[in-house]
Design a protein around this ligand. Structure first.
Ligand code: 5GP
Ligand code: MN
Length: 338
């Protein structure tokens, strides 16, 4: 796959009359914020534009970003001039609406995930970007768009969330520069942060408490593993979306290098993986056909929790005992903060 120049993508989008925007399933703030900011600004340019969501449910704390910008209905634009995937590039990341994406006259991906063999008419893939939101701001720049406050705040939500509130190793000078630029467009960082983070439902904390009480430590406490089961959702009144963020809490435990959280969903198991210092969970997720980033990755396993849990547990011990050993040999610091 060859990257296009952002200017080329900007030109194609400027010329399009109808643009359908896609993003990945299990939407996070980067997915929702980046896609909604795009559609908002495309509409201000007089274009027909919608975000076509793969999922029908949006997490409560992200609803403030939606406005009337999103739909579940693929027929909302019959034959889009452009289908634009953001924070996602492969159709497996939005399976319900994959056919609609393919039906676009021109297909474009703007993403910060590593991809393997996807190649659309235009691609802008930059794994060094902290969030897709940073790339969307770049796109606005080349298109000469001055985003209005709502779009700028959606991008701030995207960047803040995907960098773990400017804490993860994907936080760069570019991240801070992007946010400084967003301040010029009138964003209210405190109000956005409160909307995103200071609104945890009691059900979610109860679900987290279930995951915490069920956690087990492997490889001398360097791996923590737990799960979210249908039974737990029932007991706590939480929904699967409430599982978002729990794996990062597990990683925050002293001495933990890798956190593994398995979530039961419709008979399948979704794996959510996080690394702290040197370990790479993307490579681990790829063992199960998934992917993502070095420090945050996931996969879907076509087995029930009962079958998947021991499978992943064994693979984690095998994979990371070797990986930790190699890192130690290479003199890389593991758990330096423990
Ligand atoms: P999460 O654990 O938050 O669901 O996902 C962590 C990261 O990995 C996110 O950036 C997400 O987009 C990515 N990811 C999750 N599952 C998959 C997958 O099956 N394939 C790929 N390529 N990326 C994934
Ligand atoms: Mn992202």
């Amino acid at each position: 796959m060859k990257n296009s120049r952002m200017e080329e993508i900007g030109k194609v989008l400027s010329e399009a009359e109808s643009i359908l925007v896609f993003t990945h399933l299990n939407m996070d703030a980067d997915a929702v914020g980046s896609s909604c900011a795009l559609v908002r600004e495309f509409r201000r340019l007089g274009k027909k534009s919608w975000v076509l969501f793969n999922d029908s449910e949006t997490a409560d704390n992200l609803r403030f970003l939606l406005g009337d910008l999103t739909t579940d209905d693929p027929s909302v634009i019959e034959k889009p001039d452009v289908c634009l995937a953001v924070d996602a590039s492969e159709t497996t990341r939005f399976p319900r609406v994959a056919d609609k994406f393919l039906s676009g006259k021109i297909r474009i991906a703007v993403d910060h995930h590593e991809i393997k063999d996807t190649d659309w008419e235009y691609n802008y893939i930059d794994p060094s970007a902290g969030a897709a939101g940073e790339l969307v701001l770049k796109l606005f720049d080349v298109m000469g768009i001055t985003p209005e406050r709502g779009s700028a705040e959606a991008l701030f939500a995207a960047i803040s969330s995907d960098t773990g509130n400017f804490q993860y190793n994907n936080t760069t000078k570019e991240t801070f520069l992007s946010c400084a630029r967003l301040c010029d467009f009138g964003i209210r960082p405190n109000a956005v942060s409160n909307a995103l983070y200071e609104c945890v439902k009691p059900e979610k904390l109860r679900l987290q408490s279930e995951a915490v009480s069920r956690m087990e430590f492997l490889l001398d406490g360097r791996i923590v593993m737990s799960c979210l089961t249908e039974e737990m959702y029932e007991k706590t009144g939480a929904v699967p979306n409430d599982g978002e963020g729990i794996v990062a809490e597990l990683r925050s435990i002293k001495g933990v290098e890798v956190a593994v959280l398995l979530k039961e969903e419709n008979g399948k198991t979704y794996g959510s993986f996080r690394a702290k210092n040197e370990a790479n969970v993307r490579v681990f997720a790829e063992l199960f056909g998934g992917g993502g980033h070095d420090k945050a990755a996931g996969c879907t396993i076509e087995h029930s929790m009962k079958e998947a849990y021991p499978l992943v547990r064994e693979a984690a011990v095998r994979h990371f005992s070797k990986a930790f050993e190699e890192m130690e040999k290479a003199g890389e610091s593991i758990g330096w903060n423990s």
